[in-house]
Design a protein around this ligand. Structure first.
Ligand SMILES: Cc1ncc(COP(=O)(O)O)c(C=O)c1O
Length: 394
């Protein structure tokens, strides 16, 4: 039997996938179906009224003055950075001498966007407990850098856990850096009492289908309280100008799709309940896994309202792949986010990025983390099955 055939059979028999989107759909079916049907009635597929309605609803939900629908989370990062270059430097793109500090332990899009905006990513280490960028490492790099060399910071609220935004904003204000929060994994999470994505200069969101608020295709959003940045973003997303037949900037076709906006509008009222359900699932996992030797459960930082986009444990790297195989044999899906820190990727070589200090914690995380099935509709029984399969002797 071919490997592909084996994989297919395993997928068909998968009892506990990483995320069960069908269960979410079942719960919101009527709202989603009605929203989609409405689009077929009005047929305004490009920037239909649902886009504006979703932007308004998201602004209200997040407490942000401007929310702008974008085609994806990746595009939201790129357009945010392009708008920042236009406002802060009066240039279409940053220069490669402009440095932007970020984490090496994230999805590639975070740093790829920095390259695409013309700047140079500088990777600093993470806090090994939260996996989020370490504010002390940011400060240490800034203290060693010539004034003005670092223009901004891109923290990522990884796995749904907010970064320490007090410390990040303090260091950003001291060194006059912008902060672009990569909020792709943390819709609805709060740092102290504020929604993440609204604390820094700008926030970039992803509505990739598996996210806590997920569309039925690619979708994203930018949040900001800055009117000028919002205006630049609105120009950039539609070919670079207010008049698309005579644009003044190098733009994109990066609009949020009407159909996706309609679906997001229908799903938004459920997001808090879903996030609370994810937190309850995390508690079940914590209770069953906390005493399992060789397994470390997620750490929740004080002040961080974690929305568990992922439930991530740390395991012994020597046993990690064996453990994944064992879980797979039980029909349990797992994943490793992320197996390779960004500074070790080919694309960030050849002088395109810089290493801003020891990255030992990011490297260690890449070999130790294991993401377990997570979602608002995972049952206690399923959590117990996962925990039992982890505890079982090999
Ligand atoms: C941390 C992070 N940043 C950015 C992105 C990019 O979002 P999208 O897939 O919507 O382009 C993702 C999506 O997976 C992500 O997890």
């Amino acid at each position: 039997m071919s490997t592909l055939h084996c994989v297919k059979i395993i997928l068909i028999n998968m009892q506990i996938p990483m995320l069960n989107l069908s269960r979410e759909y079942e719960c919101m079916k009527e709202d989603i179906d009605t929203a989609v049907q409405r689009c077929f009635v009005h047929q305004h597929w490009i920037l239909g009224k649902e886009v504006e309605e979703f932007e308004k609803a998201a602004s209200h939900y997040l407490g942000s003055t401007h929310c702008i629908g974008i085609s994806s989370g990746t595009d939201a990062l790129v357009l945010s950075l392009r708008a920042l270059a236009l406002k802060l430097k009066g240039k279409e793109f940053f220069d490669s001498s402009d440095e932007i500090i970020t984490t090496p332990f994230t999805f590639i899009a975070t740093s790829d966007a920095i390259l695409r905006a013309g700047a140079t990513p500088v990777f600093v280490d993470i806090d090994p407990r939260t996996f989020n960028i370490d504010p002390a490492a940011i400060r240490s790099y800034l203290e060693r850098s010539p004034a003005g060399q670092v223009v901004g910071i891109v923290p990522v609220h990884l796995y749904g856990q907010p970064c320490n935004m007090d410390a990040i904003m303090e260091v950003a204000n001291t060194y006059k850096c912008f902060v672009l929060e990569d909020t792709a994994q943390a819709f609805g999470a709060r740092w102290r009492n504020q929604k993440v994505g609204t604390i820094g200069t700008m926030g970039a969101f992803s509505f990739f289908p598996s996210k806590n608020l997920g569309a039925c295709g690619d979708a994203g959003m930018i949040a900001t309280d800055d009117k000028i940045l919002a205006e630049y973003v609105r120009m950039l997303l539609q070919h670079g100008g207010k008049d698309k037949y005579n644009p003044e900037h190098i733009g994109y076709n990066a609009r949020l799709d009407t159909l996706q906006a309609a679906i997001l509008l229908a799903k938004l009222p459920h997001v808090d309940v879903f996030n609370e359900k994810r937190r309850a699932v995390a508690k079940w996992y914590d209770a069953t896994l906390q005493s399992v030797s060789g397994t470390e459960i997620p750490y929740q930082a004080e002040g961080a309202h974690h929305v568990f986009h992922q439930y991530t444990i740390k395991v012994n790297p020597d046993n990690r792949s064996q453990l994944c195989e064992r879980l797979l044999a039980h029909g349990i899906s797992t994943n490793v986010y992320y197996p390779k820190p960004l500074h070790t990727m080919v694309v960030f070589g050849a002088g395109r990025s810089r290493v801003g200090g020891s990255l030992v914690h990011a490297e260690e995380a890449a070999t130790h983390v294991l993401n377990l099935p997570m979602g608002p509709f995972l049952t206690l029984e399923e959590c117990t099955t996962v925990a039992q399969a982890i505890t079982q002797e090999p």
